[in-house]
Design a protein around this ligand. Structure first.
Ligand SMILES: [Zn+2]
Length: 415
């Protein structure tokens, strides 16, 4: 039984949120239609609409007469009644996005920022967010919350980072939600970056029609965000989706997690760069990657990605090997979860041309045939911005859910 069952304040809020979400999802709607859809009495609907109009969430439109007599006044949602901030954190870069309550996030900006120290990092990030808002068209807008896509294991309930291999040990046990709430003064919602990306794909990307999908992040680390039955699959402690630590090679290369031979220890960005560097003596002299190495004395992941589209080049072969390993794991993921679609994203997806075919072939020959045939494998539609877009979606999902206190907060603000 819900904790607040029977509490009339709770029920009142639930009714207001339900009405608001119906109006948000409709182009326009009348009070009469709302009464019919919700089963609430016309006076109750009128009262709710009066409140929603006062708070700025709903406006009246379409007062004109139609030839069949007076058309009832139509109601529309006002997406600009509030805005949210989305933030994606990585080791050396942050990405900030802003969106209203309904539309695709825009104004996405990257900033180089060293994020290994949480105290320093959070203060710099907050400073940047304040600067963006104060020097833009958002200056006088009302911000309602902020979502954060974070690379690491999180305790969502406590709003804490458990561990981030990517950002380093200073983040272990750090209360990220509290720290940001103090700095920014908005409700903060956090989620692991792959889960946020999966949510982005569901809300704004290639998965808007799918309630069951998987997002695979191929970056410094490798992980999956899994949405089943329209909910992010968290698992008992919120660690579901750590596919980067599926063992591919017994006694293989040492992984950041402490084990050996994990997918990430073979196909993560550091592993790919390490392998190419160690094999440099054996690479043909006229190979594009070798030429870069001769000039710079070293190679980066961007050098590998940029030369991977040349058929027959070392980088092309290297990424094909990677595609095969990832394909084996995607086959397992498909067998386990039977998603409608799998989206491949993350930095490595920039060179997807080199490895998507082999990845798909590997999936088709290793997943259960009926399941494989019914699963689409696609490139993420959101490119490098899926994390920050997912962070925006996360804040909106929380602010607009049926038991959200967004309206109560807004009322307190207005009183
Ligand atoms: Zn591992």
């Amino acid at each position: 039984m819900p904790r607040y069952a029977g509490n009339s304040k709770y029920v009142k809020n639930l009714n207001r949120m339900t009405v608001m979400n119906i109006i948000k999802d409709a182009d326009s709607i009348s009070r009469q239609q709302l009464a019919k859809m919700t089963g609430l009495t016309p006076p109750a609907i009128s009262q709710i609409i009066r409140e929603l109009i006062n708070m700025g969430f709903v406006k009246e439109v379409g007062l004109e007469k139609s030839c069949g007599g007076r058309r009832p006044i139509q109601l529309q949602f006002n997406p600009e009644a509030g805005f949210v901030v989305g933030l994606e954190v990585t080791r050396n870069e942050i990405t900030i996005g802003i969106t209203d309550l309904k539309n695709h996030p825009e104004d996405i900006q990257n900033f180089e920022m060293e994020m290994t120290d949480p105290e320093k990092g959070i203060s710099q990030v907050s400073e940047t967010i304040r600067r963006i808002i104060n020097n833009s068209k958002y200056r006088d807008k009302k911000f309602l919350g902020m979502g954060i896509a974070f690379p690491g294991l999180l305790n969502l309930e406590a709003g804490m980072v458990k561990r981030s291999i990517n950002l380093g040990p200073l983040w272990d046990g750090f209360p990220i939600k509290n720290a940001f709430e103090k700095e920014i003064g908005l409700p903060i919602y956090i989620e692991n970056n792959s889960n946020a990306s999966a949510l982005a794909e569901r809300w704004y990307g290639g998965g808007t029609e799918f309630t069951d999908l998987v997002y695979i992040n191929l970056g410094e680390g490798i992980s999956a965000g899994i949405i089943m039955d329209d909910r992010i699959l968290q698992g008992f402690q919120g660690h579901a989706g750590e596919i980067g630590h599926i063992v591919m090679v017994e006694d293989g290369p040492l992984c950041n997690c402490g084990n050996r031979g994990c997918l990430e220890s073979i196909c993560g960005i550091p592993a790919i760069v390490r392998k190419a560097t160690s094999e440099m003596p054996f690479i043909k002299d006229d190979d594009p990657l070798k030429e870069i190495w001769r000039i710079n004395g070293k190679i980066s992941i961007n050098d590998i990605l940029n030369s991977a589209f040349i058929e027959g080049s070392y980088s092309n072969e290297l990424l094909k090997q990677m595609g095969k390993y990832v394909g084996l794991v995607v086959a397992d993921v498909i067998n386990l979860y039977n998603p409608r679609a799998v989206f491949i994203g993350g930095k490595m997806a920039k060179a997807a041309e080199a490895f998507m075919d082999i990845l798909k072939q590997t999936v088709n020959s290793h997943a259960f045939p009926e399941i494989a045939r019914s699963t689409e494998i696609k490139l993420s539609a959101l490119g490098g911005n899926s994390g920050v877009i997912g962070a925006c979606a996360l804040a909106l999902r929380e602010l607009l859910k049926p038991n959200s206190n967004i309206l109560e907060n807004m009322q307190a603000f207005a009183d």
